[in-house]
Design a protein around this ligand. Sequence first.
Ligand code: BV8
Length: 229
Amino acid sequence: MSHAIVILTGAGISAESGLQTFRAADGLWENHRIEDVATPEGFAKDPLKVQAFYNTRRQQLLSDEVSANPAHYALAKLEREFPGEVLIVTQNIDDLHERAGSQNVLHMHGELLQMRCVESGQVFPVHDDITAEQRCACCQKAGTLRPNIVWFGEMPLGMSKIEQAIQRCDHFVAIGTSGHVYPAAGFVAEANSSGAHSLEINLEPSLVNSAFQQTLIGKASVRVPEWVE
Ligand code: BV8
């Protein structure tokens, strides 16, 4: 039987790369709850505000201060050396797993460096600001571009692929996620019922820590390379 590992990562794996986590910002941005800004309703109500929120985070991600950290590199090494499949299901919208060399990465909440045409659903790479006046390459209309990001109330990406991978895996590892957001926080229960060994690596026990068979507490940049070794 081929071995397979599913690794679920959250904002905590990118914290030491200089990217803010949600709970550290106690879910706030310019005194708005992320859950209120990162929603289709928030975008419909004030697209400029929401675009500005993501333009700021994109600039931060592309700045020289932000780079992959030892946790990202350890997972890329695991993918190269493990004699089976390693799938990273990330809730993060940054590209730090890819910068560290991981190839089998599924961004279930979308990607900050992509935008999507609301008319056609076509996805484009983006490396600078998205503005309201910008004409879309596919429909030539201004104002039809949105961040290719899954907002609260929207269906996460790749769910059937994720569910199949979890059913098949024999190791399920969650790294740097607080267990607040579903359906990601429910994956460990699925992994346990498909007989996988479940491990949580986090700075503190998550809201779903009791569902994990094993826990490693500590910083991802320290614990993940230790675990990969
Ligand atoms: C959906 C993109 C349905 C945006 C994101 C009540 C019960 C259950 C569910 C719900 C409910 N009410 C509403 C829902 C659904 C909702 C939800 O779960 N809400 C929560 C708030 C209750 N979920 C959804 O809406 C999802 N969609 O359910 O669709 C559906 C079905 C059919 C058809 C249509 C729809 C969509 C959720 C996706 C939202 N988008 N991101 C953006 O990024 O701007 S979520 C966003 O927040 C992140 O992507 C991430 O997932 C989440 C933050 O979570 P974490 O990654 O865990 O980060 P956090 O800061 O919370 O934790 C960091 C952890 O790291 C901490 O534990 C910390 O201790 C640790 N840490 C810190 N430093 C380190 C560290 N660990 C190690 N080392 C360190 N150095």
